[in-house]
Ligand binder design. Structure first.
Ligand code: MG
Length: 385
């Protein structure tokens, strides 16, 4: 029996994970859950999986949850400390699936406590890759990738010799604006940006996919996950989202992982690792029906966010943390209708230019860089109104 702690249980990764737990009740149990604003869904999960600890975003949510599950015998906690309680509950694997820098502290706490981590919350490695990796090494903890691309790479590296890897090729769907001319990008609406062609995801990551920032963050994430030089991480646009990523080896062989775009597949691979779980409820990949698989080079003129991410990764220190913090504010501002679509990269460029980089940052310095980047991004967003 594998016991899971889940940060972000009411989100898309969290609900998919719990769907798998429900399907394989003989193999998995839930030690703890942390949900967001959707308290009704969290209450259903508490009734169904009976965790020992549950966390809500704030005290108000905790009160509401208590009223919805009056017979619940476990502990209900709130806020940042609640997240740490959930992450450090007695579990074998932490599903780290919060959105944004919020997941940093609780994920680090789990690593320090010796719990293996399945990471969907990419900002954890984007902001604090160096710190997370060195801490994981010290505590003998493994960090597994849930992100579909990194999960594909992890699968393509299984049983291979790491020193024989020549390059990693991350695929990107290209988002809804793959063929939209630069001129028209100026005036795209929120509704257009939220229409992702292949994956169904949360709003923030859907916008990040449309700007290619999601892929930029994934390049940074790949760097920390797989220990390959920046120049050996490539991105290729693949609109069908069937090839989830590839690894090229020194003999020219390329190993790819293919599948239908359903997050249950990568999540189940980590839940069952090193065994595969039978997902007989999912349809088989029909390559004949898919017909054509296309690949294009990414256009960093129209999508500067990808270039900014490579630049931040090369700069190291606090640069990636600043890029991420500024991006969270810029995307939130766009989602609230306060800035235009192309203001997102403009704000990021502005914040990165102003940023005094700190090398080899500790958690305090990373959190300060994150705070600073948000403040600057807010100021630049206000100027754009
Ligand atoms: Mg991804």
């Amino acid at each position: 029996m594998r016991r899971l702690a889940i940060l972000g249980s009411t989100g898309s990764i969290g609900t998919t994970t719990l769907g798998l737990v429900d399907r394989f009740r003989d193999r998995f149990s839930v030690a703890s859950l942390a949900g967001g604003r959707n308290i009704e869904r969290l209450a259903e999960q508490v009734r169904s999986f009976e965790p020992a600890v549950v966390a809500t975003g704030d005290e108000e949510g905790a009160e509401k949850l208590r009223s919805l599950v009056p017979d619940f015998a476990g502990e209900i906690v709130a806020g940042g400390e609640g997240l740490v309680r959930v992450a450090t509950a007695d579990a074998d694997l932490l599903i780290s699936a919060l959105v944004g820098a919020l997941g940093l502290r609780p994920t680090l706490a789990a690593i320090e406590a010796g719990t293996d981590v399945a990471l969907a919350n990419k900002e954890v490695l984007v902001v604090a890759g160096e710190l997370m990796k060195s801490t994981a090494q010290r505590s003998g903890v493994k960090i597994f990738p849930l992100d579909s691309e990194h999960n594909a790479i992890f699968q393509a590296m299984h049983g291979q010799n790491r020193s024989e890897v020549k390059r990693i090729i991350l695929t990107a769907s290209g988002g809804p604006f793959l063929h939209t001319p630069r001129q028209e990008l100026e005036s795209v609406t929120l509704e257009q940006a939220l229409k992702h062609p292949t994956w169904k995801m949360g709003d923030k990551i859907t916008i990040d996919s449309s700007t290619l920032m999601n892929k930029g963050l994934e390049v940074i994430e790949a760097f920390w996950f797989f220990d390959v030089p920046v120049d050996e991480i490539d991105v290729v646009i693949h609109p069908q989202s069937i090839v989830h990523s590839m690894v090229e080896y020194i003999d020219g062989s390329v190993i790819a992982q293919l599948g239908i775009p359903d997050m249950a597949v990568p999540i189940s691979y980590i839940l069952g690792y090193p065994e595969r779980l039978p997902l007989s409820h999912l349809p088989s990949l029909d390559l004949v029906k898919a017909g054509k698989l296309e690949f294009h080079a990414p256009d960093t003129e129209r999508f500067p966010c990808l270039r900014l991410a490579y630049d931040a990764l090369r700069a190291r220190g606090t640069a990636s943390a600043v890029l991420n913090g500024a991006n969270e504010i810029a995307v939130a501002s766009f989602l609230d209708g306060r800035i235009a679509y192309l203001d997102i990269p403009r704000i990021l460029e502005g914040v990165l230019e102003e940023h005094p980089r700190v090398d080899g940052p500790d958690l305090g310095q990373l959190i300060e860089a994150d705070r600073w980047s948000r403040e600057r991004a807010r100021a630049l967003a206000a100027d754009r109104r």
